[in-house]
Design a protein around this ligand. Sequence first.
Ligand code: G6P
Ligand code: MG
Length: 218
Amino acid sequence: QIKGFVFDLDGVITDTSLYHTKAWHQLADKLDVAWSKTLEDGLKGISRMDSLEMILKTGNKENDYSQDEKVALATEKNTNYVNEISKMTPENILPGIKDFLDDLRANGYQIALASASKNGPTVLKNLELTDYFPKIVDPATLSKGKPDPEIYTKGAELLGLAPETCIGVEDAAAGVQAINAANEVSVGIGDATLLKEADVRFDNTAEMTLANIKKALG
Ligand code: G6P
Ligand code: MG
């Protein structure tokens, strides 16, 4: 029996994945690293420094920069990203998400956030959704990023729930893998090929309703 929902943020609650992509693409161009859809998809759900490493590795440049230089590059990306999210309003909430969160609350489900983003609380504030997420996993406390299960395990712990009674919601392949490895039920939002490991999948957020989830889980 499901008692709680643990949500990813970027690409699930709101389309910030577009802003992350835009800012990383800009940095990759500057570093002369070829951009591709595979790289773009691979970066989803991955922490800031791990994302930078993935980009540098793609260009065989992982040994070309000192640790301080890498931090400066990641900070540059984050400055661009923070500028984008400062303009966000509740209109940036993805279709159906507000109704879904209201429905979860009305039906007594507990809700937590499991985003790798250190900007998560700011994004929630700009979307005016802070009150819906009383429990937020602090990504700074993690020893391993997605696809490691740690962030989803901590999400269930924050809710005081057994993992099997939690549903995790993700748009990234690494995130779905993290949910599955944490022994939670995975709901994927997006591309069927990319999210083939999800227990339940919807093309978009508008299709994610409690009724549809219950139907899919049988
Ligand atoms: C999420 C996004 C990633 C992003 C990561 C870290 O997982 O899907 O694209 O790199 O958060 O975000 P941050 O805001 O801390 O740089
Ligand atoms: Mg995501």
